[in-house]
Design a protein around this ligand. Sequence first.
Ligand SMILES: Nc1ncnc2c1ncn2[C@@H]1O[C@H](COP(=O)(O)OP(=O)(O)OP(=O)(O)O)[C@@H](O)[C@H]1O
Ligand SMILES: [Mg+2]
Length: 286
Amino acid sequence: MNEKLEHSAADVTVSASGTGTGARLRADRLRLGYRSRVISDELTVGIPDGTFTVIIGPNACGKSTLLRALSRLLAPESGAVLLDGKQIGSYPAKEVARRIGLLPQTSTAPEGIRVADLVARGRYPHQSLIRQWSRRDEEAVAAAMAATGVSDLSGRLVDELSGGQRQRVWIAMVLAQETPIVLLDEPTTFLDIAHQIQVLDLCRELNRETGRTVVAVLHDLNHAFRYADHLIAMRDGAVVAAGPPREIVTAELVRQVFDLGCRVIDDPETGAPLVVPLAEKAVRTA
Ligand SMILES: Nc1ncnc2c1ncn2[C@@H]1O[C@H](COP(=O)(O)OP(=O)(O)OP(=O)(O)O)[C@@H](O)[C@H]1O
Ligand SMILES: [Mg+2]
């Protein structure tokens, strides 16, 4: 009996660290595209467990495409996305949804749905014929709405919210899913500065206090550098650099990725890299 227990404990350790690389979720030599258009080729990316990872890169470089592949929404043409050491496509959709929550860049709510009902949809992967709506689900929904500051909106129609309110409701839905891995595609879009910080603080809190792995695509470089433990900089469907911002961010990297001339100084508040675009000819015309 003891032996059996020890054996299963060892199995858990192996699966917690994925394939031994410390990345439960990783992409190996992916070829991604839409019909004949290739967006990424030979793309290899690891999401280090327990980090707040931020993906940056210019418009159309393939950030959302990568998140779609990492969440099983887009099947790679070749290569593999591995979740806990197994091809993600080999899991039932509901099983993936219990492990990975995705906030897509744009989502459309069903017409006439109210806030609390939309957030409650995040609990879908936890339900089955024999496991119906429970107090546990109710608590998860209430906690997610409180964390994103939308509790007061619970009875409102989603269609009638402001852009920023709606964005926070979508984030609440993903949080209610209570997955160990959370992928957020531009979670701060439409948010005013205070709500942007609130959402980023929340991501960090989720990461530090509950050990969740959080991945966010962000366009604000200074937010990215301040909050990320691990940064992935992409261009043209490829990873240009990856690592802790303080180790990899330089003016040269920003130029390489965005064709933007800048100075990189220390953020006076945190010491993280802070990008200050040059006053003249900041954007190079190739
Ligand atoms: N459903 C689709 N069908 C065909 N092409 C697509 C589709 N979705 C995205 N693309 C193309 O794939 C490329 C990468 O798009 P993607 O949405 O991944 O970029 P992104 O880095 O997320 O950009 P942004 O910062 O603007 O959100 C773009 O050229 C885009 O036009
Ligand atoms: Mg995108």
